[in-house]
Ligand binder design. Structure first.
Ligand SMILES: [Zn+2]
Length: 119
């Protein structure tokens, strides 16, 4: 599960989903690299996503690569989709619940990332 938070009015959910869907009809284009992130444009949408560290082990690279696919395409190769849900107090939640064996899931990616960082 991965959560993003932003102040939103509940009625904006449909509008936001429409903008996301419309944005994804255009091909993704890399705008620039910003430290450990990359800024991508797709139609009217701008996406700030994690860059894949060159020196990361294969499992970490695969997990981050899958999360990039979710961010840009809205779904993971494991079958999980990005879900937009209005939370309380006008906060919009974007979440993606990966399969238990997916390297992009928190249960696999977080320990793999921590092991790599401890070296
Ligand atoms: Zn997945």
């Amino acid at each position: 599960m991965r959560h993003y938070r932003r102040r939103f009015h509940p009625w904006e959910k449909r509008h936001f989903q429409h903008l996301l869907a419309e944005s994804r009809t255009a091909p993704p284009r890399l705008v620039c690299r910003l430290g450990s992130h990359e800024l991508w444009a797709r139609g009217e949408g701008m996406y700030l996503i994690d860059a894949i560290p060159d020196d990361a082990p294969p499992l970490v690279r695969e997990g981050i690569a899958r999360r990039r696919i979710v961010d840009l395409e809205g779904a993971c190769p494991c079958g999980a989709s990005l879900v937009v849900e209005p939370g309380g107090n006008g906060v919009l939640h974007l979440s993606c619940t990966h399969e238990s064996d997916c390297p992009a899931g928190n249960d696999i990616l977080i320990p793999a990332y921590m092991n790599w960082q401890r070296r």
